[in-house]
Ligand binder design. Structure first.
Ligand SMILES: [Zn+2]
Length: 186
Protein backbone atom coordinates (compact mmCIF):
# COMPACT_ATOMS: atom_id res chain seq x y z
CA UNK A 1 0.00 0.00 0.00
CA UNK A 2 1.97 3.02 1.19
CA UNK A 3 5.14 2.41 -0.65
CA UNK A 4 7.14 4.45 -3.09
CA UNK A 5 10.78 4.39 -4.03
CA UNK A 6 13.25 6.61 -2.22
CA UNK A 7 13.70 8.75 -5.29
CA UNK A 8 12.65 12.35 -4.97
CA UNK A 9 12.80 14.85 -7.77
CA UNK A 10 13.44 18.46 -6.87
CA UNK A 11 10.86 20.83 -8.34
CA UNK A 12 10.46 24.53 -7.90
CA UNK A 13 7.11 26.17 -7.44
CA UNK A 14 6.32 29.85 -7.68
CA UNK A 15 7.65 31.89 -4.79
CA UNK A 16 4.09 32.84 -3.94
CA UNK A 17 3.34 29.13 -3.45
CA UNK A 18 6.10 28.74 -0.86
CA UNK A 19 5.37 26.51 2.09
CA UNK A 20 7.32 25.72 5.26
CA UNK A 21 10.24 23.34 4.99
CA UNK A 22 9.31 19.93 6.33
CA UNK A 23 12.26 20.00 8.70
CA UNK A 24 12.85 23.59 9.83
CA UNK A 25 9.61 25.31 8.75
CA UNK A 26 11.46 27.97 6.80
CA UNK A 27 9.31 29.00 3.81
CA UNK A 28 10.55 27.41 0.62
CA UNK A 29 9.54 27.11 -3.01
CA UNK A 30 11.38 23.82 -3.38
CA UNK A 31 9.43 20.61 -3.37
CA UNK A 32 10.68 17.04 -3.36
CA UNK A 33 8.34 14.79 -5.27
CA UNK A 34 8.42 11.01 -5.37
CA UNK A 35 7.52 9.16 -8.59
CA UNK A 36 3.88 9.45 -9.67
CA UNK A 37 3.42 12.17 -7.03
CA UNK A 38 2.83 9.50 -4.40
CA UNK A 39 4.57 11.68 -1.87
CA UNK A 40 5.83 15.21 -1.80
CA UNK A 41 6.94 17.78 0.71
CA UNK A 42 8.53 21.19 0.87
CA UNK A 43 12.16 21.51 1.73
CA UNK A 44 14.38 24.58 2.07
CA UNK A 45 17.54 24.97 0.02
CA UNK A 46 19.62 24.45 3.16
CA UNK A 47 18.09 21.06 3.87
CA UNK A 48 18.30 20.12 0.23
CA UNK A 49 22.05 20.47 0.59
CA UNK A 50 22.16 18.81 4.00
CA UNK A 51 23.71 15.39 3.45
CA UNK A 52 22.31 14.32 6.80
CA UNK A 53 18.88 14.72 5.32
CA UNK A 54 19.18 13.69 1.72
CA UNK A 55 21.84 13.03 -0.87
CA UNK A 56 21.75 13.61 -4.59
CA UNK A 57 21.38 10.66 -6.89
CA UNK A 58 23.77 11.46 -9.67
CA UNK A 59 22.89 10.36 -13.11
CA UNK A 60 26.31 8.91 -13.91
CA UNK A 61 25.58 8.45 -17.58
CA UNK A 62 24.40 12.02 -18.01
CA UNK A 63 27.37 13.41 -16.12
CA UNK A 64 29.79 11.30 -18.14
CA UNK A 65 28.16 12.38 -21.39
CA UNK A 66 28.35 16.01 -20.36
CA UNK A 67 32.00 15.72 -19.40
CA UNK A 68 32.85 14.00 -22.64
CA UNK A 69 31.17 16.78 -24.57
CA UNK A 70 33.04 19.44 -22.64
CA UNK A 71 36.30 17.61 -23.16
CA UNK A 72 35.71 17.37 -26.88
CA UNK A 73 34.89 21.05 -27.01
CA UNK A 74 38.07 21.84 -25.14
CA UNK A 75 40.19 19.69 -27.44
CA UNK A 76 38.53 21.35 -30.39
CA UNK A 77 39.25 24.78 -28.94
CA UNK A 78 42.91 23.96 -28.38
CA UNK A 79 43.14 22.47 -31.84
CA UNK A 80 41.71 25.63 -33.40
CA UNK A 81 44.07 27.74 -31.36
CA UNK A 82 46.92 25.63 -32.59
CA UNK A 83 45.80 25.92 -36.20
CA UNK A 84 45.41 29.64 -35.77
CA UNK A 85 48.94 29.90 -34.49
CA UNK A 86 50.25 27.76 -37.33
CA UNK A 87 48.48 29.97 -39.81
CA UNK A 88 49.94 33.09 -38.29
CA UNK A 89 53.34 31.52 -38.27
CA UNK A 90 53.06 30.68 -41.93
CA UNK A 91 52.03 34.23 -42.71
CA UNK A 92 54.98 35.44 -40.76
CA UNK A 93 57.23 33.10 -42.67
CA UNK A 94 55.91 34.41 -45.93
CA UNK A 95 56.64 37.94 -44.85
CA UNK A 96 60.06 36.88 -43.86
CA UNK A 97 60.55 35.20 -47.20
CA UNK A 98 59.74 38.45 -48.87
CA UNK A 99 62.09 40.48 -46.76
CA UNK A 100 64.82 37.93 -46.48
CA UNK A 101 68.20 39.29 -47.40
CA UNK A 102 71.29 39.78 -45.31
CA UNK A 103 70.15 38.22 -42.05
CA UNK A 104 69.01 35.03 -43.67
CA UNK A 105 70.77 32.70 -41.29
CA UNK A 106 69.82 34.58 -38.21
CA UNK A 107 66.18 34.62 -39.25
CA UNK A 108 66.07 30.90 -39.68
CA UNK A 109 67.54 30.38 -36.31
CA UNK A 110 64.96 32.66 -34.74
CA UNK A 111 62.14 30.85 -36.40
CA UNK A 112 63.25 27.52 -35.15
CA UNK A 113 63.48 28.76 -31.63
CA UNK A 114 60.06 30.28 -31.91
CA UNK A 115 58.46 27.20 -33.30
CA UNK A 116 59.53 24.57 -30.88
CA UNK A 117 58.34 25.90 -27.54
CA UNK A 118 55.10 26.94 -29.15
CA UNK A 119 54.21 23.48 -30.30
CA UNK A 120 55.37 22.05 -27.05
CA UNK A 121 53.04 24.29 -25.10
CA UNK A 122 50.06 23.39 -27.24
CA UNK A 123 50.64 19.69 -26.86
CA UNK A 124 51.19 20.16 -23.17
CA UNK A 125 47.94 22.05 -22.77
CA UNK A 126 46.15 19.33 -24.64
CA UNK A 127 47.56 16.64 -22.43
CA UNK A 128 47.01 18.57 -19.23
CA UNK A 129 43.56 19.92 -19.91
CA UNK A 130 41.99 16.52 -20.17
CA UNK A 131 42.17 15.32 -16.58
CA UNK A 132 41.73 18.85 -15.33
CA UNK A 133 38.47 19.27 -17.17
CA UNK A 134 37.08 16.08 -15.71
CA UNK A 135 37.62 17.08 -12.12
CA UNK A 136 37.27 20.83 -12.31
CA UNK A 137 33.90 20.92 -14.01
CA UNK A 138 31.30 21.80 -11.42
CA UNK A 139 28.49 19.32 -11.53
CA UNK A 140 25.08 20.42 -12.57
CA UNK A 141 22.74 21.20 -9.71
CA UNK A 142 21.48 17.79 -8.64
CA UNK A 143 17.81 17.23 -9.35
CA UNK A 144 17.15 13.80 -7.93
CA UNK A 145 17.62 12.94 -4.28
CA UNK A 146 17.43 10.00 -1.95
CA UNK A 147 16.29 10.70 1.60
CA UNK A 148 18.27 9.45 4.55
CA UNK A 149 16.77 6.22 5.79
CA UNK A 150 15.07 7.61 8.90
CA UNK A 151 13.47 10.45 6.97
CA UNK A 152 12.35 8.11 4.25
CA UNK A 153 10.79 5.84 6.88
CA UNK A 154 9.00 8.88 8.30
CA UNK A 155 7.55 9.62 4.88
CA UNK A 156 6.40 6.02 4.51
CA UNK A 157 4.81 6.07 7.96
CA UNK A 158 3.14 9.38 7.31
CA UNK A 159 1.75 8.13 4.03
CA UNK A 160 0.55 4.91 5.61
CA UNK A 161 -1.20 6.81 8.42
CA UNK A 162 -2.80 9.12 5.90
CA UNK A 163 -4.01 6.11 3.94
CA UNK A 164 -5.46 4.52 7.06
CA UNK A 165 -7.16 7.77 8.05
CA UNK A 166 -8.56 8.08 4.56
CA UNK A 167 -9.93 4.56 4.64
CA UNK A 168 -11.48 5.14 8.05
CA UNK A 169 -13.11 8.27 6.76
CA UNK A 170 -14.48 6.40 3.79
CA UNK A 171 -15.77 3.69 6.05
CA UNK A 172 -17.58 6.26 8.17
CA UNK A 173 -19.17 7.72 5.10
CA UNK A 174 -20.35 4.35 3.91
CA UNK A 175 -23.17 3.20 6.18
CA UNK A 176 -23.13 -0.28 4.69
CA UNK A 177 -19.82 -0.92 6.36
CA UNK A 178 -21.16 -0.20 9.83
CA UNK A 179 -21.94 -3.20 11.94
CA UNK A 180 -25.66 -3.65 11.79
CA UNK A 181 -27.68 -3.63 14.88
CA UNK A 182 -29.49 -6.93 14.90
CA UNK A 183 -33.04 -6.24 13.87
CA UNK A 184 -34.71 -8.88 15.85
CA UNK A 185 -33.46 -9.20 19.31
CA UNK A 186 -34.01 -12.47 20.94
ZN1 LIG B 1 14.83 23.41 6.16
Amino acid sequence: MASFPNVYTHRKVADTASKPCEICYKPSASVLVSPENKDFFYVCSGHLKDRGFCSPIIDEAAVAAKKKKEMEAEVERVRKEFEEKQKKKKEKEKEKEKSKDKDKDKDKKDEKEEEKPDEKITLLTLAQKKPEEVTATPDEEPRVFALKKSFYQQRIDKKRNADIAKRNRERLQNPNLFPQVPKSLP
